[in-house]
Design a protein around this ligand. Structure first.
Ligand code: PRX
Length: 677
């Protein structure tokens, strides 16, 4: 098969020999094991490749089906896998309606506003049912949305967001939620790609003590989308304080509508859940890839719901009586799978936190945990590093009791892991380090919390039913314990895996399957390993340590940013001739982007140009894309064929050795760039 496009990194992960110090392991507490959902030590055998794909019946059986499926896995058209074929279900019904007989008065969602003086809202399953039905009626009858339509959500962390998602799911409308921190322009690109004619937003939200006007981004999004040929005819605006408009931006007559006003016409409406086919689409989640355009990972209903429910039960150890808090944003896949769909399908109480964890101080998360009796806590290494830096002794001051904690989104340093375990988890909570991706729907590698020892910095083996393998660049498997890093792949399909890239099957195949496909004509799933795009190393005990992306993607605080997206934003500044973006190690965020630019001839470097580049990245993509530094360089280091050597730039920015640069077309420029450091 064709080799993938050469990326910016000249030394591939597979060539790096890794000499990690093996960390000591930690055993799960017996109090945890005594109550755990999964304690059967035969589980990995039960989910072995010999029993594939039937093992996943156990996951599907956690759901209620209108019609039971007849085929577990249809693999007649690789790599377009179809799970639980013939089955009919509704995701909203599984998260809400089916819990009413037993749990209607139990809290489904705790909404914790950022301002501490505001009351926490506790929404029962009954109340959730009422709100979701009323909003579904509005979407159907007022917005004219129906099964299969796409709708873009650009909503912050309020309880209105899961209500909106569930209302869409009830109708069979495909939601595409865009992270609220993304700019209006980024939202527009996703509106266009998904062909949404309705945008759902919120007027304002709190972040770091400020009530931010969010509506202004909707205006930009609609205008930009229209320029690209996609008309949005309705903007539905939830209000942070229902009945009061909290944004300064004016509304547009005939296009903008306050949800709260329109909802009055749908009081006590009840909408029958659509009986959806297992393989119909639940949502799109856009993520960065190696080219500029974000790609919409398309997730199914049956496979996805089965997978997130199963992994929430077995890896997150969620029981209905648990209070579960995942501090991610619902605008990312973690929030979809492990704040909304997985926990609610299991009737847990899920916490939604509006704000910044360190605001007003680093004790805030632990006060929330104490007040709500949170017993399962889920966050990212970036948040853990920040809390450790500003409030290392804070957790000890609060009386909460975690049984289980998760880390997700980026590699965690063993030192940071140990603080999480000793101080946050009080040496009692079990930790799972879960490795996965937007594309994969749910976890790929993690320890099973009651069965496996924990190892700081290692995600662990594949979760039940997931069979990872590391290949070198030539497609040769690298055995456990060989000390070499390579490209981690998954040998088998699984129900949570995306179906394709929305509207771009070719990209789906070329990005995830072409590299290691053994035979493109084969209908046997064994010939189609999934290529994740991460470098990894497997220890002798079968635990995987994930090293990070091998493509042109920078993982900033657990969020994927494509270097190409950042570079194209920098190139929009008129003085910029060439731009190259590289990842630089950061003590809190893991990695941050540095932008290198050379200016058009005759233009002198200035602080103003640096500032306009920073501003451009923030306005095009969002504040998370703000570079740590803009370097204006006299010229880019280039190969003789004219390719920018990002590796050299990355070495300078990371204060590392630039290695041999004599083969460059312009080796002297490297010295000049070093002097800028
Ligand atoms: O590089 C891996 C890293 O995050 C990427 C996926 O990012 P995204 O699609 O935004 O999903 C984030 C939430 C799952 C991966 O390709 N990554 C994710 N989890 C871990 C990780 N790196 C190391 N350890 C993890 N636990």
């Amino acid at each position: 098969m064709a080799e993938p496009k050469q990326t910016g990194t000249e030394v591939s992960e597979a060539q790096i020999a890794v000499h990690w110090k093996e960390e000591e392991t930690y055993q799960p507490a017996s109090s945890f094991i005594a109550q755990a959902n999964l304690t059967d030590s035969n589980v990995l055998e039960r989910y072995g490749l010999d029993n594939f794909p039937n093992c996943f019946k156990e996951y599907a059986d956690l759901l209620d089906w209108y019609e039971y499926w007849h085929t577990t896995l249809d693999h007649s058209k690789p790599p377009y896998w179809k799970w639980f074929v013939g089955g009919k279900l509704n995701a909203c019904y599984n998260c809400v309606d089916r819990h009413l007989p037993k749990y209607k008065n139990k809290t489904a969602l705790h909404f914790v506003p950022e301002p501490e003086e505001e009351r926490i809202e506790h929404i029962t399953f009954q109340e959730l049912y009422v709100r979701v039905n009323e909003f579904a009626a509005l979407l159907r009858d007022f917005a004219g949305l129906k099964r299969g339509d796409r709708v873009t959500l650009h909503m912050p962390m309020t309880v209105d967001l899961p209500i909106t998602m569930l209302a869409c799911a009830r109708l069979g409308v495909i939601h595409s939620q865009v992270f609220s921190g993304f700019s209006g322009k980024a939202c527009a690109d996703r509106i266009v790609d998904s062909q949404s004619r309705v945008l759902i937003t919120e007027d304002a939200y709190y972040r770091g003590g400020k009530l931010i006007d969010h509506k202004e981004k909707a205006d930009i999004a609609v205008a930009e989308a229209e320029k690209e040929g996609q008309k949005v005819d309705k903007v539905l605006i939830w209000q942070r304080y229902p009945g009061k408009y909290s944004a300064e931006t004016p509304t547009v007559e005939g296009r903008d509508f306050f949800v709260n006003d329109v909802l009055k016409n749908y009081k006590r409406a009840v909408v029958e859940p659509e009986r959806m086919l297992s393989e119909e689409v639940l949502f799109l989640m856009y993520t960065s890839g190696t080219t500029g355009k974000p790609k919409g990972a398309q997730h199914s209903i049956g496979g996805y719901m089965a997978y997130v429910t199963g992994t929430s039960k077995f890896i997150q150890d969620i029981h209905p009586e648990d209070v579960y808090w995942c501090m991610a944003d619902i605008g990312w896949i973690t929030g979809h799978s492990y704040i909304v769909y997985g926990p609610l399908a299991l009737a847990a109480s899920s916490v939604i936190f509006e704000g910044v964890p360190t605001h007003p101080d680093a004790g805030r998360p632990w006060r929330v945990a104490e007040e709500l009796d949170v017993n399962i806590f889920h966050t990212s290494p970036t948040a853990i590093r920040a809390l450790r830096r500003v409030g290392p002794d804070e957790p000890a001051k609060y009386n909460y009791d975690f049984k289980h904690m998760t880390t997700v989104g980026e590699p965690i340093e063993p030192e940071v892991w140990r603080w999480y375990y000793n101080v946050v988890g009080k040496k009692k909570a079990v930790i799972v380090d879960t490795w996965w991706q937007t594309e994969t729907g749910g976890f790929l590698c993690s320890t099973v919390p009651a069965l496996h020892a924990m190892k700081p910095g290692s995600a662990g083996p594949g979760v039940p039913g997931i069979h990872p393998i590391i290949f070198d660049d030539d497609g040769k498997p690298l055995p456990a314990g060989c000390g070499k890093a390579g490209n981690i792949c998954i040998q088998n399909p699984w129900p949570g895996l995306m179906q394709t890239i929305w509207g771009d099957d070719e990209r789906f195949v070329s990005q995830y399957y072409r590299r290691y496909c053994k035979n493109p004509d084969s209908k046997d799933w064994r010939d189609w390993p999934y290529f994740a795009g991460d470098g990894a190393v497997e220890a002798p005990d079968g635990y995987f340590r994930i090293l990070g992306r091998i493509d042109d993607v920078i993982n900033v605080a657990g969020h994927r940013l494509g270097t190409k997206e950042l570079e194209s934003a920098a190139l929009m500044v008129s003085e910029v001739g060439e731009a190259a973006v590289v990842p630089v190690a950061d003590p809190i965020k893991g990695k941050i982007p540095h932008v290198f630019v050379s200016l058009k001839p005759g233009i002198p470097a200035s602080k103003e140009i640096e500032q306009s580049i920073t501003d451009k990245l923030a306005s095009e993509i969002g504040p998370i894309a703000k570079p740590g530094r803009v370097w204006i360089v006299p010229d880019m280091p280039k190969t003789r064929s004219g390719k920018i050597m990002r590796r050299v730039l990355a070495a300078v920015a990371n204060k590392q050795d630039t290695g041999d640069t004599t083969t460059l077309a312009n080796p002297d420029v490297v010295e000049k760039i070093k002097q800028l450091a």
